[in-house]
Design a protein around this ligand. Structure first.
Ligand code: MSP
Length: 543
C-alpha cells in the first residue's frame, strides 16, 4: 500500500513508577516533530504518532506488591499517570498503546508463532549475567568490564541459567550491518550513536533468549504466555518492541508500516537498532526508516535516579508551567534538551535566561512592538498598497531571510533536528529586531505629519516586520502551541487547513498579511521572568 502518512513512535514506558521529565521529553520531542510534519504537510492526518506504556516487567510486579496492589491495578494507575502527564503537556498523539491490552497481546502471540514456524525462535538452555535492574542479560565481556555490576545502574549482576526460547539473532548480523552501512545517513541518528552500535556489532551477535520461565512466584506469572507453552512467558523486551507493529497491524493502518522514526534515549538503542530490526527481518517486514537517539536530562550535573530521588517530577514541571506557561516549558525542553550526543542539565538559571532571551525579549517583545506601532500609527489596520521595504545597510531583505530560514527548518526536520527547526524561527525574529534597529520606525513616525511618503514608508516597514514575524510564528508553533495561535488570532493570520507550509510561509503570498487586514495589539505573549527569583516553590519541594 502506498504510504500517505508518517509514523512516529516513542518508547513505551515502564509503569513501575510515575512519569518524570525524561518520559515527557521524548514524547515531547516526538510531539514537536509530529506537529512540524503536520504543518509542513498542511494536514493533521499526515502523521500518526504513537506512545504508550510497557507493563509486563518484573519491576512492575515488585512495586505493585510493595504498594499492596495487583500488577494490573498498579499498571492501570500508573498508565493513567502517564496519560495525565502527557495531557498536561498537550501532547497530541494518535494512540496510546498499553501492552496489557488484548489487541497487543493477541498480536504478540501471532508474531512469536510465525517466528517459531520459520525456525527463528527455538527452545534451548541459557546461562548468563542477569541485570535485574534493567531486565536484561549482559554479555560476559560487558559483565567483566563492569566488575559484574549493571553498566547502567551499578547494581550487582546475577548469574542465571534457564531453559528458554531463543531468537536466532546470529543469523541476521551480516544483513543488519549491511543495512546500517547502506542507510548511514538515516538509520541511526546522530552519527556518534551509529558508530557505537557498529563498534559493538564487531563482537558478533549470539542468539538471545526471548522467554522467561513461569513458576509459582507472582513475578513469573506476569506476562504474555509463549504460544502452546504455559511454562514460559515472552520476555518483556520482546513483548514491548512488538508494540510498534501491533499498534498498526490492522487494515485501516496498513499504510503506516514501516515507522518513519523511532525516538528514544541512548539507554535503549541496542534493542531498537539491533534486536528489533533483526526480528523484523525474520518476520519479512520492512525496517523502520530511522532511529533518533537523544541523551539524558541530568539535574544539577547529577544523573537522576530513584535512589537519589532527584528526578525532575511532574510536580516540578507543573510548577514551571504555572509560573512561565506551558509554551515556556516546552520551549526550554525542546531547545535546551539533550537532543544530541551529550547530556543536558535541568537548571533554573538557564531556564530563565532562555525564556527571557528567546520568548519574552525575543518573539514576545518583537510581536508586541510591531503590534503596538501598527495600533498607534495605523489604528491596527494594514494600509493599502504596502510592499516589502528593504533598507540600505540591511544584510538581506527580510523576505529572503524568511525563505532561507523556512528551508533551513525543513532541512533540519529531515534529520529530526527539532531544535534546529525551532532555531530557524528564532533566527527570523533576531533579523526582524535588527531590521527595526536599522529602519527605526519609531523615529520615522515622528516625521509622518509633515511627509506622506514617510507615512507610506512607515507602513511598508511595519508590514515587512509583521509578515516576517508571521512566518517565524509558523516555525515556532510546533513548540509554542498556545501563544502562536494567540498571535494568529490577534493578527487574523491563522494558517488555513489543508495548505502546506511551503505555501503558507511565502512572504507576501496568498496566506500572508493583506492590505486592509488587522494587526491588533493583542496581549503580551510572555511576561519577562525575574532573574532574581528562585525556582517555583513546588520545584524545590519536589526535588
Ligand atoms: N520500557 C522500556 C522501553 C520499551 S520501548 C519498546 C523502557 N522504559 S523506560 O520507562 O525506562 O523509558 C526509557 C526511556 O525514557 C528513554 O529511552 C527515554 O526515552 C526516556 N528517559 C528516561 N530517563 C530519561 C532521562 N533522564 N533523560 C531523557 N530521557 C529519558 O526503557
Amino acid at each position: 500500500m502506498a504510504r500517505t502518512r508518517l509514523y512516529i513512535t516513542t518508547p513505551i514506558y515502564y509503569v513501575n513508577d510515575r512519569p518524570h521529565i525524561g518520559h515527557c521529553y521524548t514524547t515531547g520531542m516526538a510531539d514537536c516533530l509530529a506537529r512540524f510534519h503536520r504543518l509542513c504537510n498542511g494536514s493533521r492526518d499526515s502523521v500518526f504518532f504513537l506512545t504508550g506504556t510497557d507493563e509486563h516487567a518484573d519491576k512492575v510486579v515488585a512495586s505493585a506488591a510493595s504498594n499492596g496492589m495487583s500488577p494490573q491495578e498498579w499498571s492501570d494507575r500508573n498508565a493513567a499517570e502517564f496519560e495525565a502527564a502527557f495531557a498536561l503537556c498537550k501532547f497530541d498523539y494518535d494512540d496510546f498503546m498499553r501492552t496489557t491490552q488484548a489487541r497487543h497481546k493477541d498480536k504478540v502471540v501471532e508474531y512469536i508463532r510465525e517466528l517459531q514456524r520459520s525456525g527463528d525462535v527455538y527452545l534451548g538452555d541459557y546461562e548468563g549475567w542477569w541485570d535485574g535492574s534493567q531486565e536484561e542479560y549482559v554479555t560476559a565481556t560487558v559483565a567483566e568490564e563492569h566488575n559484574f555490576c549493571s553498566p547502567v545502574t551499578g547494581k550487582p549482576l546475577v548469574k542465571r541459567t534457564e531453559k528458554n526460547y531463543f531468537f536466532r539473532l546470529s543469523a541476521y548480523a551480516e544483513r543488519l550491518k549491511a543495512h546500517i552501512d547502506a542507510n548511514a545517513a538515516s538509520f541511526i541518528l546522530p552519527e556518534s550513536r551509529r558508530n557505537e552500535v557498529l563498534g559493538r556489532l564487531r563482537d558478533g551477535l549470539g542468539d538471545i533468549p526471548v522467554s522467561r520461565a513461569v513458576s509459582t512466584d507472582a513475578a513469573s506469572q506476569w506476562g504474555i504466555r509463549m504460544p502452546d507453552d504455559a511454562g514460559h512467558r515472552v520476555y518483556v523486551w520482546i513483548d514491548a518492541l512488538f508494540n510498534y507493529l501491533s499498534a498498526v497491524d490492522r487494515p485501516d493502518r496498513a499504510d503506516l508500516w514501516p515507522p518513519t522514526v523511532h525516538m528514544m534515549a541512548k539507554d535503549i538503542l541496542w534493542f531498537h537498532a539491533v534486536i528489533w530490526p533483526c526480528m523484523l527481518m525474520a518476520l519479512g517486514k520492512e525496517l523502520p526508516k530511522a532511529n533518533f537517539v537523544h541523551s539524558y536530562w541530568v539535574r544539577e550535573g547529577v544523573k537522576m535516579s530513584k535512589s537519589l530521588g532527584n528526578f525532575v517530577s511532574i510536580e516540578v514541571l507543573k510548577a514551571y508551567i504555572h509560573r512561565y506557561s506551558l509554551d515556556g516549558l516546552r520551549w526550554y525542553l525542546f531547545t535546551q534538551g539533550p537532543s544530541g550526543g551529550t547530556d543536558a542539565d535541568f537548571s533554573h538559571a538557564r531556564f530563565v535566561e532562555v525564556f527571557n532571551s528567546d520568548l519574552a525579549n525575543g518573539i514576545g517583545n518583537c510581536a508586541s512592538r510591531v503590534g503596538n506601532m501598527f495600533d498607534k500609527y495605523f489604528g491596527g489596520v494594514i494600509p493599502e498598497q504596502v510592499r516589502e521595504f528593504t533598507a540600505p545597510g540591511q544584510p538581506r531583505p527580510l523576505s529572503v531571510c524568511c525563505t532561507q530560514r523556512v528551508h533551513e527548518a525543513m532541512q533540519a526536520l529531515s534529520t529530526c533536528d527539532v531544535g534546529g527547526a525551532l532555531a530557524a524561527g528564532i533566527g527570523i525574529i533576531r533579523e526582524v529586531d535588527q531590521y527595526i534597529n536599522i529602519t527605526a520606525p519609531f523615529k520615522l513616525a515622528k516625521t509622518v505629519e509633515s511627509s506622506p511618503s514617510a507615512k507610506a514608508e512607515l507602513g511598508d516597514i511595519l508590514y515587512t516586520c509583521a509578515e516576517a514575524i508571521r512566518i517565524a510564528s509558523l516555525l515556532l508553533s510546533p513548540a509554542l502551541i498556545e501563544k502562536m495561535p494567540e498571535l494568529w488570532r490577534a493578527w487574523e493570520c491563522s494558517p488555513p487547513a489543508g495548505v502546506p507550509l511551503a505555501q503558507v510561509a511565502v512572504f507576501g503570498g496568498p496566506c500572508g498579511l493583506r492590505p486592509g487586514g488587522r494587526v491588533n495589539k493583542g496581549e503580551i505573549l510572555f511576561m519577562r521572568a525575574d532573574t532574581k527569583e528562585g525556582p517555583p516553590v513546588e520545584a524545590v519541594a519536589g526535588a
